[in-house]
Design a protein around this ligand. Sequence first.
Ligand code: COI
Length: 354
Amino acid sequence: MDIRITKAETLKDKVDDAHLGFGQYYTDHMFIMPYDEGQGWHDAQIVPYAPFTLDPAAMVFHYAQECFEGMKAYRTPKGGVQLFRPERNARRMNSTHRRLCIPEIPEEDFVDAVKQLVALERSWVPHSPDTSLYIRPTTIATEPHLGVKPSNSYLFFIICSPVGPYYAEGLDPIKIYVEDELTRAAPGGTGFTKAGGNYAVSLAGQVKAQQLGYSQVLWLDAVHRKYVEEVGSMNCFFKVDGTIYTAPAGGTVLPGITRASCMELLADWGYPVKEEALAIDSLMAAADDGRLEEVFGTGTAAVISPVGELRYKDKSVIIHKGEIGEVTARLYATLTGIQWGTLPDEKGWIVPVD
Ligand code: COI
């Protein structure tokens, strides 16, 4: 794709890797590409990072026709920069676009835009362990219009943010609150997409969980309030009696790219892996009997995150003595080894940036 590049005149100071946190700092440039009816996606550009000017009637502000992706660029030991399965993000972005009535973006253009932006921003990819450059492709509806209908204009943009671990706990197990009242996604809705609205509806549960001393919410299915689904910022896996379960990514659960990669690795290692509706009651009973061996979350931002405690209604269970389990640790070591280039990429998951 032809991308016009305008470089920033002054560059920002870089941030010390130790203080990056997650999503607090942004690089010098961004990618932008508008869509207009009759013209399609056009005028792809990389420009200096700057605020947008939008009409207050822009439809994104009123009807939330908006979505995003999350991906990362990793620094290899030899100083190279690489992406992890970026074509999967392109494909998922289009599946979200279709659900939100937004015109699709050719997958090769999406990947090309990410590669060209990251190549220009390569000095922002941090070097310290567990750091990366988080990439946030986003689409917003820009038509100024208050009738409810799909917008006739959009802006697709990509910003980049150097990041450390998503959770302050790092690899220490996190505590999770199982929400039994509020729900995140219903069948036929948008749970499988990365619509910003999915995250907006999750905030009340997250605030409640944090007030109770838990870092994240585990959502139950919206129909029965019975089966475990996902954590919102990550998919969730449960090892019970040697079998590893995760909720089916049918319609209410995000089809995570880290999730799919972990399922493939686990199957290669000979673990039985089941995508199955798993009732919270049977999980709590398994915890009581010592059969709930490990729980972990997976996601681009969260990577692999061990869960050390689950609270459901008035009861809490401690998992694996509150310590990271063997399967969780092996997945973390293997996946991060492939992503950061310290292990060979036998799966063909890596795309070098230059
Ligand atoms: C990601 O893992 O990239 C996500 O999009 C989750 C999140 C930080 C909202």
